[in-house]
Design a binder for this molecule. Structure first.
Ligand SMILES: CC(C)(COP(=O)(O)OP(=O)(O)OC[C@H]1O[C@@H](n2cnc3c(N)ncnc32)[C@H](O)[C@@H]1OP(=O)(O)O)[C@@H](O)C(=O)NCCC(=O)NCCS
Length: 181
């Protein structure tokens, strides 16, 4: 009986309400400098360990530090920007983007916490990047993803088309784009 008292009822209650309301109450905004570690952790947890079949789990852990340094560097240099999706101030998803010289906006680093997936949050983040691209009068939005993880199907549903596929030893990188009108 003791166990029942330990259940975080408030958390369960919010989860039920949240799943009923889908992406209700989600805010998309640019990251604050102090939140970088949270976003790197989120992204790290969102990807399967090991990410690629021939990668050791240890390498994934070592790369965490590298990813944090990269993110800080990207933000400081202004080379890339990070958007976060928040729910009652909790960061539940993120995406990065950078503007390329050829009138393109490139999106990468998309990740949503497992328990918040399937509610259109990734779609909201991608649409926000598209909106930014349109405001800046850019021509295309582009991305790279991995064929073996089913991702091209996901992006096709959002209007992206395949431009090129590159074969590697154990996976295929798919380059996709969408015209911004
Ligand atoms: C891919 C990812 C960002 C999608 O986030 P999400 O918020 O669940 O996406 P949305 O709610 O906008 O879309 C959900 C839809 O996408 C589909 N989908 C999600 N991941 C998919 C995948 N890997 N392959 C094919 N379809 C996928 C779901 O089945 C769902 O379909 P439905 O709308 O027909 O029910 C999330 O699964 C994730 O963080 N994955 C791990 C990191 C990753 O792979 N990032 C992409 C790097 S390019």
């Amino acid at each position: 009986m003791q166990y029942y008292l330990k259940i975080p009822r408030k958390a369960i209650f919010y989860d039920i309400i949240f799943s009923m309301k889908k992406a209700h109450d989600i805010k998309i905004r640019h990251i604050k400098m102090l939140e970088i570690k949270k976003v790197v952790d989120l992204r790290h947890r969102s990807f399967k360990i090991p990410y690629k079949p021939n990668t050791f789990a240890l390498k994934h852990i070592i790369r965490h530090k590298e990813h944090l340094q990269n993110a800080v560097q990207q933000i400081k240099s202004g080379g890339a920007k990070i958007l976060v999706a928040t729910k009652i101030d909790k960061i539940i998803g993120s995406i990065r983007y950078k503007i390329l010289p050829n009138q393109k906006i490139f999106l990468f680093g998309l990740a949503i916490l497992k328990r918040y997936r399937g509610r259109g949050i990734a779609k909201m983040l991608i649409e926000k990047v598209e909106e930014i691209g349109k405001k800046k009068k850019l021509l295309n939005i582009t991305l790279e993803c991995e064929q073996e993880r089913g991702l091209p199907q996901y992006y096709k549903k959002l209007g992206f088309k395949v431009d090129k596929t590159k074969k590697h030893r154990d996976h295929h990188d798919v380059y996709m784009s969408k015209t911004l009108k």
